[in-house]
Write a new protein. Structure first.
Length: 380
């Protein structure tokens, strides 16, 4: 996995994977939708990887290696990614929905970076998002000096994307008020934005490549229902939690390892502890253990992203504070993850300890026996 620059925490996708994007552009010179940097096939490969195979350029290109293996960046069904790419190629808005922590934002950034060269044109939806954030505002100093003009305009990321033919991302669109959301309706239909204050240049037309990727959480407080008119202008794709335990463990290991690498440390959590942690997250998320025992689900969404955060914390405490046994830290961090929304979730976690973890301990699994002995941390 490419390293981030030493003077930043996380580079945007278009910089972090610049080498891969340049290689894929040269590797597949086939037909591309208007305004796209890569072919649809190359976009899919960028997101899901080349399957362990090294791709080769059809002809040498200065400054680009002749072969490269593209690693997977999004863990999920290839068909999902292909449908997303086809939606964007058809100039339809794309709405990624799912529970928090299922990598919707990551997928939207990767798609935007591959299609238009940047994933940084973003509007973060909140209850405080206004129509200006999705349309335009004004530089009031220039507005007072020159009056309404293109120079005085303060374009939103949406308007910038429309004028330059790029993909704009609207994160958590359902956190915006309905009247703010609906400012996108005419934009997605007509592919233009009117600025009535400008007399001569009062209408901007979308350049080829312009599109919108929005995300929305299924379980969230303060959600505003989308209007039927806006829904019709998006293709919906559900991003589910990772289905395979091994794939989720590998993702958590890689993401937490990358976070530790920024501190100059390797991940000191062994595979057995990591698998136990991810298994607990999956049990609590699904409402059933891997053996089929019923588990009471906490209110908090036990996402893969949360598992990455807990694993990173285990690694940091071990690296900086000298914790000798990462497994002994699991109950405390797991409790911190569970009781974010509802104090009663502590009781649900304790019930999980007294059911699934106790059963595994009684069946002779040494690691789970050690974990059950730490029950008092959860019950305090």
């Amino acid at each position: 996995m490419p390293e981030t620059a030493p003077d930043v925490q996380i580079e945007p996708a278009e910089l972090r994977y610049a080498g891969e994007l340049a290689f894929l552009a040269a590797h597949d010179p086939g037909p591309r939708p208007p305004g796209w940097r890569l072919t649809p096939r190359a976009v899919v490969t960028f997101v899901v990887g080349s399957g362990g195979a090294a791709l080769r350029l059809p002809a040498p290109v200065d400054g680009i290696p002749s072969s490269m293996e593209i690693p997977a960046k999004f863990v999920g069904e290839r068909g999902l990614v292909e449908r997303c790419v086809v939606t964007l190629a058809g100039e339809r808005g794309l709405l990624l929905v799912g529970e928090p922590g299922t990598a919707k934002s990551l997928l939207s950034e990767l798609l935007a970076a591959a299609v238009s060269g940047t994933g940084s044109l973003t509007v973060q939806g909140t209850a405080g998002t206004t129509e200006e954030h999705l349309r335009y505002g004004w530089n009031y100093a220039l507005l007072l000096a020159k009056g309404p003009s293109v120079d005085a305009l303060a374009p939103s990321p949406v308007l910038t994307a429309l004028r330059t033919g790029r993909v704009v991302r609207v994160e958590e669109i359902t956190r915006c008020l309905p009247e703010v959301q609906d400012s996108l309706v005419s934009l997605l239909s007509d592919r233009r934005m009117a600025v009535p204050e400008l007399t001569d240049d009062g209408q901007f037309l979308a350049r080829p490549g312009f599109n919108v990727i929005a995300t929305a959480n299924l379980r969230d407080r303060g959600v505003s229902e989308m209007s039927a008119a806006l829904k019709r202008r998006f293709n919906f794709e559900v991003v589910p939690p990772i289905a395979d335990l091994e794939a989720e463990v590998d993702l958590v290991r890689r993401q937490a390892g990358t976070a530790l690498a920024r501190h100059g440390h390797e991940l000191p959590v062994d595979d057995a502890v990591l698998e136990a942690l991810v298994t607990a997250f999956r049990d609590l998320r699904s409402g059933a253990s891997v053996e089929g025992w019923p588990v009471e689900r906490p209110t908090t969404v036990m996402s893969t992203a949360e598992a990455v955060g807990v694993t990173t914390s285990l690694g940091l405490q071990t690296a900086y504070l000298g914790a000798a046994d990462p497994l002994a830290l699991v109950p405390g961090y797991l409790l911190g993850a569970v009781r974010k929304d509802d104090p009663d979730d502590q009781g649900r976690l304790l019930a999980y300890w007294d059911s699934a973890i106790r059963h595994r301990a009684e069946n002779g699994a040494r690691l789970w026996k050690r974990l059950y002995e730490l029950r008092h941390v959860v019950g305090e």
